[in-house]
Design a protein around this ligand. Structure first.
Ligand code: BG6
Length: 491
């Protein structure tokens, strides 16, 4: 159901004064305005529970835009024109009587209707039911929801059922903002537009894959939420498994949402279960203690504001995922993600197998495998490490490893890299679901992650400590070293 992108739409934004809306959604909508992508006649209804007038909210949003949008991209004229599209409605989301005001606001019933629930997931069902009961939506309405979809398989089913009672799957746009990142979409282009890689993408040619999503920040005032979730629910169940799927899936027949999502689901279904007897070798969980971040001392997880001192929630996970299918049999995917690591860095490294017969200097044999490094953020780009002959009369046939390098900011310097939410909102407006997560993806991901969480719970083992500003517990290094490998570090 790909729609005309220029058709005017009415966007109802629940939770419009919350952090996500102010920090990400309004700046993204402003950028769409700046790029001329918001159709004439498109309007936004900001909905929240705070008493305020439209004029107050516009004023507040102007200041937030000025703060969150880069100076070089902020234009007061564009911001003011954009804010003319915004009205404000005070609403108790649980009170069906209040929803009549939503209907009244829609004075162009033919405009496409998008409902964005930037609220806690416990509100999704309530809002959906109230919208239906008051005839505020119909079978063409598109509905956007954020993660977390539940905290395990069972609770995700409850949320999905509640949404499913009102909306068909093809109306639901479940956000995983990693899919909106330009470089993440590039994984699809890299793999399926370059036969060079497509023909090498399997267990015959690849020895292992690393996926690292590191953050230098700590919990950032979200202790209460984070402590219930932990790094496995907050990052692995969604972002990291999505990256793994994009790396591992078979070629889709086309770029349609279901072709891509069908292939991702096959990967999730093929993930090898991590059973209790495998935990020691396959999973490491950590929690940061006091240390340093960007040269400054920072407290440990248990000393953060509002912390419960006895918490055993993990802020770091490293694991070895295996995919039981023909393409990936015997190829481990080493995954790690954590808070308070030395830097913000998301990257994927594909380690290719060495040539079958090696003829160069024996002491250089460890160099003899190509690597493809995909830098998702920051400094987006790719490098293919290849071997060449070292230059100089005295070097003989000594080898040297060097990169074939593509740094997006240098190669495509005029092009601004849009924020993930700009892309995602734009795709919702077009009605294109390929960058959104289907119900079965969410559920298979939970099924795999739930088992690991249950194993932790049953073992009663606390997370391993690591000092803030380091690359996680030593056990995460031991996990990969036992396989005769190491985490990639760019010299
Ligand atoms: C969010 C998590 O989904 O992703 C946060 O809830 C995390 O804990 C964030 O910090 C990371 O996103 P990004 O785009 O900064 O890598």
């Amino acid at each position: 159901m790909v729609k005309n992108a220029n058709a005017p739409c009415d966007l109802m934004l629940f939770g419009a004064l919350g952090d996500l809306a102010q920090r990400k959604l309004f700046p993204a909508l402003y950028q769409l305005e700046r790029a001329g992508l918001l159709a004439q006649g498109s309007r936004i209804l900001a909905i929240a529970r705070t008493k305020a007038t439209t004029a107050d909210v516009r004023e507040q949003l102007f200041e937030k835009l000025r703060y969150h949008v880069k100076d070089s991209e902020f234009d007061a004229g564009v911001a003011n024109a954009f804010l003319q599209r915004v009205d404000y409605l005070l609403l108790d989301f649980t009170d069906p009587d209040g929803y009549g005001a939503l209907r009244e606001w829609r004075d162009e019933p033919n405009n496409e209707l998008i409902v964005y629930m930037a609220t806690p997931p416990s509100m999704y069902g309530v809002i959906a039911r109230n919208m239906k009961a008051t005839s505020c939506c119909n079978e063409k309405t598109r509905v956007v929801v954020e993660k977390p979809i539940g905290h395990d398989l069972e609770s995700s089913r409850v949320i999905n059922d509640e949404l499913g009672e009102v909306y068909h799957e093809n109306q639901l746009f479940r956000i995983d903002h990693y899919l909106g990142k330009e470089t993440v979409q590039n994984l699809i282009a890299l793999r399926f537009a370059n036969n060079l890689f497509a023909s090498q993408w399997d267990q015959n040619h690849i020895s292992h894959v690393e996926i690292t999503v590191a953050e230098s920040v700590g919990i950032e005032g979200r202790w209460g939420y984070f402590d219930q979730a932990g790094q496995i629910r907050d990052m692995i169940q969604n972002h990291l498994l999505q990256l793994l799927c994009l790396m591992a899936m078979d070629p889709p027949a086309d770029l349609s949402a279901d072709s891509i999502r069908d292939e991702k689901v096959k990967v999730l279904k093929a993930l090898k279960r991590i059973t209790p007897d495998m935990m020691d070798r396959y999973v490491v969980r950590g929690q940061y203690t006091a240390g340093t971040s960007n040269g400054k001392p920072v407290p440990g997880y248990l000393e953060e504001e509002d912390a419960n001192k006895g918490s055993a929630t993990e802020t770091f996970v490293a694991l070895k995922a295996e995919i039981d299918n023909w393409r990936w049999s015997g190829v481990p995917f080493y995954i790690r993600t954590g808070k308070r690591l030395p830097e913000k860095l998301s990257q994927i490294i594909i380690h290719f197998k060495p040539a079958p017969h090696y003829i160069f200097d024996p002491d250089q044999k460890h160099l003899a495998n190509n690597k493809l490094i995909i830098r998702l953020q920051p400094d987006e780009g790719m490098a293919l490490k290849i071997l060449t002959k070292d230059q100089g009369l005295d070097k003989g046939m000594r080898l040297r490893q060097g990169p074939l390098e593509l740094t997006f900011s240098e190669t495509f310097e005029a092009e601004r890299i849009p924020d993930a939410y700009e892309r995602l909102l734009w795709e919702v407006m077009k009605g294109n679901q390929y960058l959104f997560v289907r119900r079965d993806e969410v559920e298979y991901a939970w099924r795999w992650v739930d088992e690991i969480i249950a194993n932790w719970r049953d073992s009663g083992e606390p997370p391993k400590r690591y000092a803030a500003g380091t690359w996680g517990p030593v056990a995460s290094i031991a996990m990969i070293t036992r396989d005769g490998r190491s985490w990639y570090e760019d010299a």
